[in-house]
Design a protein around this ligand. Structure first.
Ligand code: ARG
Length: 291
């Protein structure tokens, strides 16, 4: 009950993060902005009986019957982190994506299992049918959509720039003057920076924390990474700041195997429900306020 109350409280202070939705960037903001939706949803009150009756959901096949296996890279706060305790539904993980995955699993009557790995490995895992779904603050791109089945967007991501206090890099244009830019391997930050500034000026690290460590050590002059993790890393590390100007804006989506369109369809249904009844806003607010 305490949790529900804090969710409701958080919802009232909610910063609406949702914007463009739809896997190819088509605007769906009206649906996403659930300002008039009731704050307490069926999901939040734990009423599962209605969801279980969903005929389509029964037809969804997953790799292991009864389970929804999610691959992610859980070094990406506040989207996915290793939990201090049991985590969401005993998964050992927490974060916005973890809560969304838990809601999807619950609606489909499946047990959520989370496999934590490097980000690029998570993308490979779903393509090879080793997991059912990737939720990882994953940005939609046309190239990735050739390889994976994307859901509608559930949030907007921004590629931000972290620098040391006093850096001569004060905005995206100055990245051209950086001897070295740190990124996470396999991410859009890496792709955009190598496209714009050339591979010789971009270093790829296993995860965001390693890229930030390289910035602290003076091995790179800036880190390009998604904004919410950037802010968390900057808050946790003395002498770092996130620049005000964004490098790019993108859509976050879940990704499924190309052969499992049935799951994509169900995920889109659940996302639409979570948007319409305010649950998604509550989840986001819970983790933003916790920072
Ligand atoms: N949004 C970026 C991308 O899709 C970075 C995502 C990294 N996610 C993570 N869980 N480490 O490329």
């Amino acid at each position: 009950m305490k949790k529900l109350l804090s969710l409701l409280l958080a919802a009232s202070m909610c910063v609406v993060l949702l914007a463009a939705c739809g896997s190819n960037g088509s605007a769906d903001a009206g649906k996403g902005a659930a300002s008039s939706a009731p704050a307490a949803s069926a999901a939040a009150s734990g009423d599962k009986s209605a969801d279980k009756a969903d005929g389509d959901a029964a037809e969804v096949k997953t790799i292991e019957s009864g389970k929804l296996i999610m691959a992610t890279n859980a070094q990406f706060p506040p989207y996915e982190m290793v939990a201090d305790g049991d985590g969401v539904n005993g998964t050992g993980f927490e974060g916005i994506d973890v809560e969304i995955a838990a809601a999807i699993a619950e609606k489909l009557g499946l047990e959520l299992q989370i496999d934590d790995m490097d980000f690029d490995a998570a993308l490979t895992a779903v393509q090879q049918g080793k997991c059912d779904i990737v939720l990882a603050g994953l940005t939609y791109t046309d190239e990735r959509a050739q390889l994976m089945s994307f859901s509608d967007s559930y949030a907007q991501g921004v590629q931000a720039i972290i620098v040391k206090d006093g850096s001569s890099i004060t905005g995206p244009d100055d990245l051209a003057n950086a001897a070295m830019i740190g990124t996470q391997r396999g991410t859009t930050g890496y792709i955009y920076c190598t496209d714009d500034f050339g591979e010789d000026h971009v270093a790829a690290y296993d995860n965001g924390a390693a890229a930030v460590q390289a910035l602290q050590n003076g091995q790179v002059d800036a880190v390009v990474i998604d904004k919410m993790p950037a802010e968390t890393f900057a808050a946790e590390n003395d002498g770092l700041k996130v620049l005000d100007t964004a490098y790019t804006t993108e859509d976050y989506c879940a990704a499924m195997n190309k052969d499992n369109e049935a799951l994509t369809k169900e995920v889109n249904k659940v996302l639409a429900e979570l948007k319409a009844d305010g649950t998604l806003d509550q989840i986001v607010a819970k983790y933003i306020n916790a920072q």
